[in-house]
Design a protein around this ligand. Structure first.
Ligand SMILES: Cc1cc2nc3c(=O)[nH]c(=O)nc-3n(C[C@H](O)[C@H](O)[C@H](O)COP(=O)(O)OP(=O)(O)OC[C@H]3O[C@@H](n4cnc5c(N)ncnc54)[C@H](O)[C@@H]3O)c2cc1C
Length: 485
């Protein structure tokens, strides 16, 4: 009998727990430890942030589902890792603190045979002075509560615009090293469309602010892609979209301070600038959760498990940008020091940035961090679950299931406006996510044909279809496993 503990019930944790439970007999325990009582389909936060969906449309409570599926669920947060146990507990464990109910505030040593750390990122709002969702007129759409607050603020401004007030909207990244430009890009298009729907578009100045060097970098160094029968660079496509919609842009910007209606940033020329706004949505930097790890004797071994995010089978040797390679990226998400610990989804430490690192003239690093989107999070979680199942069923330590972001694609489908006939979508599909310059030397490391962009209603339909399909799948309804990650 084995006990598998999954930390986090986001895309990666939930996918791992669902597959483990389906494929392992009930003599094996599957335990999920996660602080949020709900599963949320994060990509649809964008629609909550423009008031076109309610939080209830994109979430469901985890406890009843896990009870029905015989997954043990602890509404708690992991605090520290003890991969060798301690003097009183011979088994490895994670110290978890309950966050709700009668047990709130109490801790438990949650022992395991296998551990999946799927805790995703810490939304590091504190990394930028004054950037706190809902404060200073600056918002976030990273959680459904943030997204709802963003909509309440925006809705209020739409009313004021209808009464004749001109306003300024600023959307993008809120830190020199933020990632998730794709989400901000989707949000700016949706906001622009929503203002049109309310017939107040002419009352708003809309500006994109980003740490990207080129528009459409998305933390992936941009891409060369097929666009209809043409070949286009992602910056050309995004430029075209922004120009078409009258959206201004500020690039290479390290936002370092947010005040009420005023953003301070440094640009690559080393200039310190400011931008006023009435409504902002700025994505914070993502960081690890700051977990600590201890060995059996209680000595600090955090650096065996973490370098910000969790250490896995990547090559972390420091190298100049030109020497980084697609082979540096992990394939099994297994910790090298403790082979029974894995970190799929966003929880693993990436070996390097994908976008070319750049510094301002003052030496400030201004580089988008690598994106880790939903599809790879699901795929890596499933392959980790499958390797653990093999280890349990065949007592083998061989990792048969592998998947690197160097041979995985990502689809960024940015809906731009809601409704079956009124919506539209900008779909950018990239393969592979981490460019492979040896395999695809003439096309900037990506496979053309599998890397493409489209604009039109079909993208919007696809995004809606994915919303319903993934919520169906997450609810583990009949034959859910047939829907791919
Ligand atoms: C607004 C927005 C839109 C996006 N749109 C898209 C999109 O269109 N397409 C796409 O592919 N990707 C999209 N993404 C990215 C996608 O949401 C992420 O890649 C994905 O959610 C990562 O999954 P994860 O499970 O690794 O992390 P998360 O989904 O962040 O899950 C982490 C889990 O860990 C839990 N947790 C946190 N701390 C602890 C702790 N101490 N102990 C235990 N559990 C803990 C959390 O409560 C959560 O359940 C978007 C992201 C955002 C923010």
């Amino acid at each position: 009998m084995s006990k598998i503990v999954v930390l986090g019930a986001g895309i990666a944790g939930h996918v791992a727990a669902s597959h483990l439970r389906r494929k392992l007999s009930k003599e094996h325990e599957v335990v999920v430890v996660s602080p949020n009582s709900n599963y949320q389909w994060i990509p649809s936060n964008i629609w909550v942030g423009i008031g076109r969906m309610k939080p209830k449309d994109i979430l469901f409570p985890l406890a009843p589902l896990y009870k029905k599926k015989q997954i043990d669920y602890k509404q708690a947060k992991a605090i520290s890792f003890h991969p060798e146990g301690d003097n009183n507990e011979p088994r490895p464990y994670v110290l978890a603190e309950y966050v709700d109910g009668d047990e709130k505030g109490t801790t438990e040593k949650v022992t395991y045979d296998y551990l999946i750390n799927a805790t995703g990122p810490k939304l590091n709002f504190e990394g930028t002075e004054g950037l706190s969702p809902g404060k200073n007129k600056a918002h976030s759409v990273c959680t459904y509560t943030h997204a709802q607050e963003a909509w309440i603020a925006l809705e209020g401004l739409i009313k004021q615009m209808k009464e004749g007030k001109k306003i300024k909207i600023l959307i993008g990244t809120g830190h020199a090293k933020s990632t998730c430009q794709g989400a901000a890009f989707e949000y700016i298009l949706n906001v622009e469309q929503e203002l049109r729907r309310h017939k107040v578009r002419d009352m708003a100045e809309i500006t994109w602010i980003s740490n990207e060097y080129h528009l459409g970098d998305f933390g992936m160094d941009g891409m060369l892609m097929s666009y209809g029968s043409n070949i286009m660079k992602s910056n050309e496509m995004v430029e075209m979209i922004f120009e078409d919609r009258g959206i201004n842009w500020i690039l290479g910007a390290a936002v370092n301070k947010v005040e009420d209606g005023l953003v301070h940033y440094e640009n690559l020329d080393g200039d310190h600038k400011q931008k006023t706004y009435d409504f902002a949505m700025l994505i914070p930097a993502f960081s690890g959760h700051g977990f600590k790890a201890y060995n059996k004797e209680g000595a600090d071994i955090t650096d065996k498990l973490f370098r910000g995010f969790m250490i896995v089978d990547a090559d972390y040797t420091p190298k100049p940008y030109e020497e980084w390679s697609v082979q540096d990226w992990p394939e099994t998400y297994q910790n090298p020091s403790y082979p029974n610990i894995f970190a799929p989804g966003i929880a693993f430490a990436p070996p390097h940035s994908i976008s070319k690192p750049r510094k301002s003239k003052n030496g400030t690093d201004i580089t988008p961090a690598p994106p880790r989107t939903g599809m790879p999070s699901g795929i890596t979680a499933k392959l980790v679950a499958d390797n653990i199942i093999d280890m349990i069923k065949h007592s083998s330590n061989k990792m048969h299931h592998k998947g690197s972001m160097g041979n995985m694609g990502a689809a960024c489908i940015a809906s731009a406006g809601f409704g079956m006939t009124k919506g539209s979508g900008v779909s950018i599909t990239t393969f592979p996510i981490v460019p492979d310059y040896n395999k695809y030397p003439d096309t900037q490391g990506r496979k053309l044909g599998k890397t493409f962009g489209t604009i039109g209603l079909a993208g919007h339909w696809l995004k809606l279809a994915l919303h319903y399909a993934f919520i169906y799948k997450a609810k583990m309804k009949p034959f859910w496993w047939l829907i791919p990650e």
